[in-house]
Design a protein around this ligand. Structure first.
Ligand SMILES: Cc1ncc(COP(=O)(O)O)c(C=O)c1O
Length: 386
């Protein structure tokens, strides 16, 4: 993957990098837009907006859908992370951003959680309860007729790797169609093959109005995109315009990444190695009281750590220690979740089975070291998460 992106970047350097989409037709940008329209089908004939990060893409999306529909409200979800700029943080519903985000007309609905139900006593009924809560918001504080879009992550990632069943996205799609609301899906983290499909929502069989892409899209260079109907993306000239967006280098790297994902069978690999990882991680449950839940799909996996399995007490401090110890032992994992107690496992899509097994073995050791008190509290003093 890396050598393909590198070769593409070097070749593009030779061809030129100086003209941006503002002043010229940038061939790799046009080619990439055509590829994205193929791999992210939406309801209407599509165009592509380019940006640099998931944050600017979500912020642009919010501005575009509000201007195009004349409706001020957008419905998003508690626990969502849509970015760090003011506009994208306003769309987010994550506790880590609560100290600075001003949500304005972005209303947050509860997101289903099969391990720690958001609303229902019975986890099996939580998705239906969350859909009912969306319906209620659309008749009260976020009136349907004033709502431009529902923006949702197919797997809520920073919220704690929460992967609802297909029925949840299907339910949102049905509400959107009935109310004439746009369905916008934030694929920044889980898109581009990570779930085993090109996009995380494809497993639910829904067809969105807009798709947001970022992170892996640029093969390591800054690049994001919104795939959406021309009527929305062209609603006004210069409404979300950045000088270097869609630059030739980022787009050449993006094209090379798509080629690599395809040619090297990385979507199938994500599915197969992901299944192997889930089995390995579930195998840790018996040995480690800290492990409360293992979930996710493809190579978007979460391991929720708890201090007490029956009470499901979030073990945030221990989770940070496990990340620290795993890093010392050679494994990069992150922690996410509203209580910072979920290990996020989102490795490269080219991960091999043997590497996955090695990663599980390292986690096994890191969990053991934390459970046995071998990682001192002050080991974390120089590190900060959210
Ligand atoms: C789902 C989702 N949307 C948007 C973003 C923001 O992307 P960026 O950090 O590239 O601005 C992130 C980043 O973690 C994300 O996970």
């Amino acid at each position: 993957m890396e050598h393909r992106a590198r070769a593409a970047i070097e070749a593009q350097l030779e061809r030129g990098t100086y003209a941006g989409l503002v002043s010229a037709v940038v061939e790799p940008a046009v080619e990439l837009a055509e590829r994205l329209i193929e791999l992210a089908p939406i309801r209407e004939s599509a165009k592509v907006w380019f940006g640099h990060s998931g944050s600017d893409a979500n912020e642009a999306l919010a501005r575009l859908v509000r201007r195009a529909t004349g409706r001020p409200h957008i419905l998003t979800f508690v626990g969502a992370y849509h970015g760090a700029t003011d506009g994208s943080a306003a769309l987010s519903g994550h506790s880590a951003q609560a100290r600075y985000a001003d949500s304005g007309t972005a209303t947050k609905a509860p997101f289903p959680n099969a391990y720690r139900p958001s609303l229902a006593a019975d986890p099996e009924r939580d998705e239906a309860a969350c859909l009912a809560a969306v319906e209620e918001l659309l008749t009260t504080t976020c009136p349907a007729a004033e709502t431009a879009a529902i923006l949702v992550e197919p797997i809520q990632s920073d919220g704690g790797i929460l992967a609802p069943s297909p029925a949840f996205l299907q339910g949102l799609e049905a509400i959107c169609r009935r109310e004439g609301i746009l369905l916008a899906i934030d694929e920044v983290k889980v898109g581009m093959g990570r779930t085993g499909d090109w996009l995380g929502h494809q497993a639910a069989g829904v067809t969105p109005d807009l798709v947001v892409l970022g992170k892996a899209l640029g093969g390591g260079l800054p690049l994001s995109a919104v795939v959406g109907p021309a009527a929305i993306l062209d609603v006004e000239p210069a409404i979300a315009l950045f000088t270097t967006a869609g630059n030739a280098l980022s787009c050449a790297a993006g094209l090379a990444s798509i080629e690599a994902i395809e040619a090297d069978g990385m979507r199938d690999n994500a599915r197969a190695v992901g299944d192997r990882l889930v089995a390995g991680l579930r195998g840790l449950t018996g040995r480690h009281p800290l492990v409360g839940d293992v979930r996710g799909r493809g190579l978007v996996l979460g391991v929720e750590l708890v201090a007490d399995r029956a009470a499901k007490t979030p073990a945030g401090h221990e989770t940070a220690k496990v990340c620290f110890r795993a890093a010392e032992l050679g494994l990069a994992v992150f922690y996410v979740g509203m209580e910072s107690n979920v290990l996020e496992i989102t490795p490269p899509l080219c991960l091999r089975a043997a590497e996955a097994d090695e990663g599980v073995a390292i986690l096994d050791r890191a969990l053991d070291d934390v459970e046995q008190g071998r990682v001192a509290d002050d080991a974390l003093a120089d590190y900060a998460g959210w």
